[in-house]
Design a binder for this molecule. Structure first.
Ligand code: PLP
Length: 391
């Protein structure tokens, strides 16, 4: 008999009842160090007092009105995102997948309005993950994502990851946009070199192609800058955001330049819940904290510490680990043994990591993790590696 919850997930036998900062607690009191943050969602940890206060205050005032009316804290959050980014305008969604949908629509509408109705193709890359909607799976293109779900949304051209020559060859009269993650998350914590992003931006400029960055997982301070592309000194035309921006409340956004968003006029897009008062109250609090003086410096300092300790772990267990990869507090351990076995053994040692493609375990701790908790987390990973090595 089919379970009452559609069985699309392979769940660990863990069930948490409480979260405190970087810790997740089970009903029996067992405390796990959370290096997963609900897959990069709880950017400020669990039950951050400022987020709890923002959500509770809004919940006591007003939950929902719809986008038929003005939503003051949606306006406030859009203003903050515009102030701190390349963007001139923001549309709020509830998830990364919805951000992907709009980013694709926006790019195609841009060319439609210019009368170049053939420019509909979106170039995407191996290992990409942009969500599970029809556009999201078509963008990823892998057999694992699309098999059985045809007909697949047309207009996506799949290229080898970080291959500039392939982009150069593929760019043509029918290309609307290039869509890429500055750091692939699901794909195995693969960081694009800054030089690639710079060259990609230049190629897009030469051909008028729109550059869409998917910062759903790597954005909102995760790499040590508000947005990962800032490290390369470039800006996109359109950017997808979700996960960390809501700190655990479902919230996403598409940020765009005025030019890229030109086609998105009244009636062309909408969302019942997108930009609702509850999500935007939390989003405002998240941005205020991440952009407070010193916060990102702290993320970079802690990222350096975690990376250094992970390098030590790899050196101590060459039979288990191959290398550390990633940027900021978005780090991966490329494994020599099955990554899934390490994640599982981590549960025995009360440390949470997240598996990714390419046999990598991901570490996406709360940006608020303390140095003490970093040391404790690596000690638990050390015990995990020892356990797996002995098995
Ligand atoms: C880079 C990236 N894009 C898009 C998505 C889809 O986001 P959501 O699961 O919120 O729909 C994800 C989710 O993991 C992601 O990592």
């Amino acid at each position: 008999m089919i379970p009452s919850v559609l069985p699309t997930y392979s769940r660990a036998p863990l069930s948490f009842v409480k979260g405190e900062g970087s810790w997740l607690i089970e009903a029996d009191g067992r405390r796990f160090l959370d290096l997963g943050s609900g897959i990069a969602v709880n950017a400020l940890g669990h039950a951050h007092p400022a987020l709890v206060a923002a959500l509770s205050e809004q919940a006591n005032a007003l939950w929902h009105t719809s986008n038929l009316y003005q939503i003051p804290n949606q306006q406030a959050l859009a203003d903050k995102l515009v102030e701190h980014s390349f963007a001139d305008t923001v549309f709020f969604t509830n998830s990364g997948t919805e951000s992907c949908e709009l980013a694709v629509k926006m790019a195609r509408k841009y060319w439609y309005e210019k009368g170049q109705t053939d420019r509909t193709d979106i170039l995407t890359f191996d290992g990409a993950f942009h969500g599970r909607s029809s556009a999201g799976i078509a963008a990823a293109g892998s057999e694992k994502m699309v098999k059985g779900f045809g007909p697949i949304l047309p207009g996506f051209v799949h290229l080898p990851w970080a291959d500039l020559d392939a982009v150069r060859t593929a760019l043509g009269d029918t290309t609307a946009a290039v869509l890429i993650e500055p750091v692939q998350g699901e794909g195995g914590i693969r960081t694009l070199p800054d030089s690639f992003l710079k060259d990609l931006r230049a190629l897009c400029d030469e051909t008028g192609t729109l550059l869409i960055l998917d910062e759903v997982q790597c954005g909102i301070g995760r790499t040590g800058r508000l947005f990962a592309h800032e490290w390369a000194g470039i800006t996109p035309d359109i950017m997808m955001v979700a996960k960390g921006i809501g700190g655990g409340f479902p919230l996403g956004a598409v940020l765009a330049t005025e030019a890229a968003a030109a086609g998105m006029t009244v009636g062309t897009h909408g969302s019942t819940y997108g930009g609702n008062p509850l999500g935007c109250a939390v989003g405002c609090a998240v941005i205020d904290i991440v952009m407070a003086p010193g916060f990102l410096d702290g993320v970079n300092r802690k990222a350096g510490l975690l990376r250094q300790k992970l390098e030590g772990l790899v050196a101590a267990h060459p039979e288990i680990f191959e290398a550390v990869r990633g940027q900021g507090l978005m780090l991966g351990l490329k494994c020599k043994v099955a990554a899934a076995d390490l994640v599982k053994a981590g549960y025995d040692n009360l440390v949470i990591t997240v598996p990714a493609a390419d046999n990598v375990i991901r570490m996406l701790p709360p940006l608020t993790i303390t140095e003490e908790d970093i040391s404790e987390a690596v000690a638990r990973l050390e015990a995990t590696a020892t356990q797996v090595a002995a098995a």
